[in-house]
Design a binder for this molecule. Sequence first.
Ligand SMILES: Nc1ccn([C@@H]2O[C@H](COP(=O)(O)OP(=O)(O)OP(=O)(O)O)[C@@H](O)[C@H]2O)c(=O)n1
Ligand SMILES: C[C@](O)(CO)[C@H](O)COP(=O)(O)O
Length: 227
Amino acid sequence: MKQYAIIVAGGSGSRMGSSVPKQFLPLAGKPVLVHTLERFLTYSPAVQIILCLPADQLPAWREIRKAHSSLEAFASPILETPGGATRFQSVRNGLALIEGEGLVAVHDGVRPLVPVEVIAAGFRQAETDGTAVVAVPAKDSIRQIVSETENRALDRASLRLVQTPQTFRVGLLKDAFRQSESPLFTDDASVAEAAGFPVFLVDGSYENIKITTPEDLLLAEALLRNS
Ligand SMILES: Nc1ccn([C@@H]2O[C@H](COP(=O)(O)OP(=O)(O)OP(=O)(O)O)[C@@H](O)[C@H]2O)c(=O)n1
Ligand SMILES: C[C@](O)(CO)[C@H](O)COP(=O)(O)O
């Protein structure tokens, strides 16, 4: 089956507090987004990459692309599309570029350390089950806020922390994204689930961190140095 990857990099990175969007910040000598794309290239140059970017960052991206010839090794050129106002809308814009059937992995452009085996496991499981969402067990204790004065412990053994990639049969994900957007859609699994599709989990990796706030960059540098 043909394999696609929608790499969502359409956000502004407000929590990072940097004037340069975090997907373009340097990490061990290369922009975060270049690391992410290279992980997919290592998985398979045959994957068709669809990259969602803030419309005003397309020129900046094209400069980065020119400076990193490794990205020319994909069998088909990377397709680019403007992101939307939300992650949901960015994914929907990416999906619009896919014609026909296949499997599609949706991955955060700001998860540059995703192990190649995790990408592969997602594609394998989505081919069998239709959905494959990467997740890891919670390491900390977790409490739920019930009200301003009340909170309670949750059974962490029953909880998982969800990562990307989240991989689906193309037709299934397109059906799911025909719904109206809800504020509860924090990822693609929540969209698929709300459309009535079962969500199957795949083991993720604690290294597959999302670059969200400044200390995540330090952690990513340290992980890359020791890999
Ligand atoms: N409108 C949006 C918002 C987010 N994303 C992407 O979704 C991924 C996960 O989102 P997040 O870490 O929240 O990124 P930002 O929205 O950029 O960050 P912040 O919430 O701090 O502003 C990122 O790769 C981001 O670029 C996107 O493609 N389009
Ligand atoms: C998709 C995601 O990375 C899964 O953990 C996460 O939900 C993105 O959330 P954010 O609020 O857009 O950072």
